[in-house]
Design a binder for this molecule. Structure first.
Ligand code: ZN
Ligand code: ZN
Length: 85
């Protein structure tokens, strides 16, 4: 699928990225915390500069808390930790 990468905003072939990985992939899917990004950003995020992308998890914690009317404790219950700290 082609479209605008949600990180660099370039028109590219897109890949799914689960915002919260490992044990939280299914929950990311369930709550819609999946972004469409290009191969370059995806590689960067997983392999080259993961620390640069902490904002993505923070941003999505904000969104999920707003959409679901969760407190920070609710978020931690679902996703294991608080990324806002
Ligand atoms: Zn990109
Ligand atoms: Zn990914």
């Amino acid at each position: 699928m082609e479209g605008y990468c949600e990180i660099c905003h370039k028109w590219r072939t897109l890949e799914h990225h689960h915002v919260y990985g490992n044990g939280f992939r299914n929950k990311s899917e369930q709550y819609g915390a999946v972004v469409e990004i290009c191969r370059e950003c995806h590689d960067d995020l997983h392999h080259r500069h993961p620390a640069k992308y902490k904002w993505l998890k923070r941003e999505w914690q904000d969104k999920l808390m707003a959409w679901n009317e969760w407190t920070e404790e609710d978020f931690i219950r679902e996703f294991g930790r608080n990324y806002l700290l």
